[in-house]
Design a protein around this ligand. Structure first.
Ligand SMILES: *[C@@H]1O[C@H](CO)[C@@H](O)[C@H](O)[C@H]1NC(C)=O
Ligand SMILES: *[C@@H]1O[C@H](CO)[C@@H](O)[C@H](O)[C@H]1NC(C)=O
Length: 339
């Protein structure tokens, strides 16, 4: 069974004849580094989990750092993809106030993958099995950020469409999606969904806040085929990251706060979930992503090379921060302000 078919089977759907680019990536590293928002800072403000090419480091100077030529391996399934993708890390806060990192779990069909995420690139909505629309792949040097680490409430969180959480009852659960952390225990884990904007200004590979060079469709959504605004006319693929936080060992409500609130916090200090964010540095080899998207042959990905999960797991980068983030901690790494 292919990975996509396992996914489709898990959801109880009929296998499509063609579909989208969907692949697993193992953990490259978990470290307090952020070359996009805090370049050169060792350690950065909060802990991240990072996947992709092993040229990842604290600086990644946009003028000189070519991810595809400097990487010698990737933790992703397709060996052409030396991009880096990262999010904050989830912690459980116990009644006694100490914190424990929540492990990440591989999805069905990708068992054995150490940590990591599932990555999608789409031309149309997730379940539009034809995926016929034309999209322009990201260019070398392209970077972006979605979400805002400062966001504390629902009104703010609404500025970003579709940064959500799913309380997984089983492997196939994909709805409902919340803008905040789920309020009840999630037997199969909490899925964090990060969907990036899909319209580009066509000129700038990045912008000072790493967000203004991209935009959402001016009406509707990417899924509904909404048009891009004239300021950002170039239609990009929809990039989606799914991270499954394996909350199983923390699901006993007797261990949850006495007031009944949920016990999970982002490594940035957020117990609401509204500050959810993700970072992307494009690093596909030459035109491999565009070629794939133009081929509209998503399940088989004939133009891309696949490596084994054990090879994916072997691709890591050295730990340059060297701090304990895995025992029961009295403070989150970097001691962020809690909210
Ligand atoms: C990151 O990698 C680049 C390219 O290899 C290198 O020039 C730079 O010194 C590295 N930065 C750090 C902090 O290791
Ligand atoms: C705090 O609670 C956790 C979870 O119950 C436990 O594993 C840990 O040992 C406790 N730490 C202290 C210092 O009591």
């Amino acid at each position: 069974m292919t990975k996509l078919n396992a996914f489709v089977a898990a959801l109880g759907l009929i296998a499509p004849t063609s579909a989208l680019l969907r692949f697993g990536c193992a953990r490259l590293t978990v470290q307090r580094l952020d070359p996009l928002v805090n370049p050169g800072m060792i350690p950065s403000t909060h802990l991240h989990q990072i996947i992709g090419g092993n040229s990842f480091n604290a600086t990644m100077d946009p003028k000189t750092h070519d991810l595809a030529s400097l990487s010698t391996c990737t933790s992703c399934q397709f060996t052409e993809d030396f991009s880096n993708y990262w999010t904050a890390v989830l912690y459980f806060r116990a009644r006694n106030g100490t914190f424990k990192r929540v492990p990440q779990r591989a999805q069905a069909g990708m068992e054995g993958t150490q940590g990591g995420m599932v990555v999608y690139y789409m031309s149309d909505a997730l379940f539009d099995t034809a995926q016929k629309s034309t999209v322009t792949a990201f260019k070398p040097g392209f970077r972006m950020l979605v979400g805002d680490v400062e966001y504390h409430n629902r009104e703010q969180a609404r500025n970003f469409r579709q940064l959500t959480f799913t309380c997984m009852q089983n492997e196939g659960t994909r709805a409902p999606e919340y803008l905040h952390f789920p309020t009840e225990p999630c037997p199969a884990g909490i899925m964090a969904n990060h969907r990036f904007p899909t319209c580009w200004d066509g000129v700038n590979l990045d912008s000072p806040n790493h967000r203004d060079h991209v935009a959402y469709p001016e009406s509707g959504t990417f899924e509904s085929g909404g048009p891009c605004p004239t300021t950002h006319p170039v239609r990009l693929p929809q990039l989606l990251l799914e991270t499954v936080w394996d909350t199983k060992q923390f699901n006993n409500k007797a261990d949850w706060p006495e007031d009944g609130s949920q016990p999970f916090v982002w490594s940035s200090g957020d117990s609401t979930g509204y500050s959810t964010h993700a970072d992307y540095l494009f690093g596909w080899q030459s035109d491999s992503l565009q070629k794939h998207l133009d081929g509209h042959t998503y399940v088989s990905a004939p133009t891309l090379n696949t490596q084994s999960i054990s090879q994916q797991n072997k691709c890591t980068v050295p730990d340059v921060v060297n701090e304990d983030f895995d025992s029961w901690l009295t403070e989150l790494p970097g001691s962020p302000v809690m909210f």
